[in-house]
Design a protein around this ligand. Structure first.
Ligand code: FAD
Length: 444
C-alpha cells in the first residue's frame, strides 16, 4: 500500500510512524522546513536558556496518548502544573489587580454564576452518548444552533462572570462566545467525562519543551524520510487511487492522508472537485485565532500566578515559572477578536502592547530584554489557531469531515474528538492509520 501523508505536524508524524510500522510505503511531505507544525518551541532569542512555547504548551491529565509519547521518548512533564479553572489567581479589572479571594469578596455570587454556566454544558454533555458523535445528540440541532453568547445572555450573568466567560471562550476555544456552538463546547465536556475526568483538569508543561516530542518522532522516522519544503498544490483522485502534485513532484498513491489544517487545504485543487458536503465543510469550518506574545525581563517583580485581564493581552502568566533561576518570561495568550486585533500589528508593536499591559497590571517599569510574538492567523500554512465549530457546524460538518472520501482521508486536530489539542492530532493520526491498515486500533 502506497500512502502520501501531507503535513508533518503531530497528526502526520503519528500516521506516518504507524503506517510504516504496519508495512505501508509512506511519503511524508511537508510545506515548511521543519516538523511539528503548531507544536513550536523556541529558545532563541531568549536569554538564560529559557524554553518558550509559541504554540501548544500544556498536556492535560487526560491526554493519555501524549503522555505515552512522552514516555516513549523519555521526556518528563513539569511536576506542578496548573488547574484549569475559570477564575485563576488574579483579575486585573477597573485599574486594580485583585486576587481570587478579593474578587469573591467583591462579588459573592461569582462562583455560583460560573457554575450555572458550566451546568448548561454539563447537562447537554450528558445527552452525548458517544463524544465521537455529538451530532447524534437527540436535540443536536437546537443546541448546535445556540452560541455560548446566547447561553450567557439567557443566564443574565453579571459583568465579571461575563468577562470570565468571554476570556474562557477566547482562551480555550480561541474565539468569541458568539462564534462558538454550545453543542461543540458540550462535546468537549463529554470527551473529558468519557476519559474519567471530573471537575478541574490539571495541565502540565513539558520539561525542555514540546519540541522534544517532535524531535523524538522525527528521530524515529529518520529526518531524511520527510520531504520538507514541498507544498501540496493539487490532488487528482478517483475511487481507489490518487495523484498528488506538490510544487516540486508528482506522486501516485493508493491513499492520501491530508494532515494539514483546512485553511491551507482551501488552496489545494481537487480534480474532480470534492463532493458538495465535504467541500462546504472544508470551506466553512471555523478557525479561532490566538496570538501568543512572550516578553522576557531581567528579574521577576510581579506576583506569581495566572492573571486574567480586561486589557488587550487577555491572559498573562509566567511561562518559565518551573524552569529554575534565570530571567523569567511572561506570556500573553490572546484569542478571538483581541487576538485578531493584535495580529494586525507588527511584531514590535504587539510586544510593546503586552509590555504596556504588564506595566499597568504589575507596575513593572523595566523594558523587556527581548520579546517574540506569533500570530497564528497570519501564518499561511495554518491560518488560525485551531478549529472552532461555529453555531450550526457540528450538525453540518462534524461527521462528513471524519469520513473517508475515496482515497482521501483527513487527519489533524480539527477531525479529532479532542479537537484543538495535540492529543487530538495524535488521535486522528492513529485513527487514519488503523483504518488504512484494516485494524480496529493501532497502539500508541
Ligand atoms: C497558540 C496555540 C496554543 C495551543 N496550545 C495547546 C496546548 O497547550 N495543548 C495542546 O494539547 N494543544 C494546544 N494547541 C493545539 C495544538 O498545537 C494542535 O492541535 C496540534 O499541534 C495540531 O497538529 P496537527 O498535526 O493537526 O496540525 P499542524 O501542527 O498544523 O500540522 C500540519 C502541518 O501541515 C503543514 N502544511 C500545511 N499546509 C500544507 C500544504 N499545502 N502542503 C504541505 N504541508 C502543509 C504545516 O506546515 C504543518 O507542519 C495550541 C495551538 C495553538 C496555535
Amino acid at each position: 500500500m502506497k500512502v502520501v501523508v501531507v503535513g508533518a505536524g503531530m497528526a502526520g508524524l503519528t500516521a506516518t510512524r504507524l503506517l510504516r510500522a504496519g508495512g505501508a510505503e509512506v511519503d511524508l511531505i511537508e510545506g515548511g522546513r521543519r516538523a511539528g507544525g503548531r507544536a513550536r518551541t523556541l529558545t532563541d532569542p531568549f536569554v538564560g536558556g529559557r524554553v518558550v512555547e509559541t504554540g501548544a504548551e500544556w498536556v492535560d491529565t487526560d491526554h493519555h496518548r501524549l503522555r505515552a509519547l512522552l514516555g516513549r521518548y523519555g521526556i518528563e512533564l513539569a511536576p506542578r502544573g496548573q488547574e484549569w479553572s475559570a477564575i485563576r489567581r488574579y483579575l486585573f479589572h477597573g485599574g486594580r489587580l485583585a486576587s481570587a479571594d478579593e474578587l469573591r469578596d467583591a462579588d459573592a455570587t461569582i462562583d455560583a454564576q460560573l457554575a450555572a454556566l458550566d451546568d448548561v454544558f454539563e447537562v447537554i454533555a450528558e445527552g452525548i452518548a458517544d463524544p465521537a458523535r455529538p451530532d447524534l445528540h437527540p436535540d443536536a440541532a437546537r443546541h448546535d444552533a445556540r452560541s455560548v453568547a446566547d447561553v450567557v445572555a439567557e443566564l443574565d450573568l453579571g459583568p465579571l462572570a461575563t468577562l470570565f466567560a468571554r476570556r474562557n471562550a477566547q482562551g480555550e476555544f480561541a474565539d468569541e462566545p458568539s462564534a462558538l456552538s454550545t453543542l461543540f463546547v458540550a462535546q468537549q465536556r463529554a470527551q473529558m467525562a468519557a476519559e474519567g475526568v471530573e471537575g478541574v483538569v490539571r495541565a502540565h508543561r513539558v520539561v525542555g519543551g514540546i519540541g522534544g516530542v517532535v524531535r523524538g518522532m522525527v528521530g524515529e522516522l529518520g529526518a531524511d524520510t520527510i520531504s520538507f519544503g514541498q507544498l501540496l498544490q493539487a490532488v487528482a483522485w478517483e475511487a481507489d487511487r490518487a495523484i498528488v502534485h506538490t510544487d516540486r513532484r508528482t506522486i501516485a498513491a493508493d491513499h492520501v492522508v491530508l494532515a494539514c489544517s483546512l485553511v491551507p487545504m482551501r488552496r489545494v485543487r481537487f480534480e474532480p472537485a470534492l463532493p458538495e458536503p465535504l467541500a462546504r465543510a472544508v470551506a466553512e469550518l471555523g478557525y479561532g485565532t490566538v496570538t501568543k506574545t512572550a516578553v522576557q525581563y531581567a528579574e521577576r517583580t510581579w506576583p506569581n500566578g495566572y492573571a486574567t485581564t480586561e486589557l488587550a493581552s487577555q491572559r498573562i502568566y509566567e511561562t518559565t515559572e518551573e524552569q529554575g533561576d534565570g530571567p523569567p518570561v511572561l506570556m500573553a495568550y490572546t484569542g478571538g477578536d483581541g487576538g485578531r486585533r493584535l495580529a494586525e500589528l507588527d511584531e514590535a508593536d504587539r510586544i510593546a502592547t503586552v509590555a504596556g499591559d504588564v506595566r499597568s497590571m504589575y507596575g513593572v517599569t523595566d523594558e523587556p530584554l527581548v520579546g517574540v510574538s506569533r500570530a497564528w492567523s497570519n501564518e499561511p500554512r495554518y491560518g488560525g489557531a485551531y478549529a472552532c465549530y461555529r453555531p450550526g457546524q457540528v450538525t453540518a460538518h462534524w461527521q462528513v469531515l471524519r469520513e473517508p472520501c475515496g482515497p482521501l482521508h483527513l487527519a489533524g486536530e480539527h477531525v479529532a474528538t479532542w479537537t484543538g489539542y495535540l492529543e487530538g492530532a495524535v488521535e486522528s493520526g492513529e485513527r487514519v492509520a488503523a483504518r488504512l491498515l484494516g485494524r480496529a486500533v493501532v497502539g500508541h
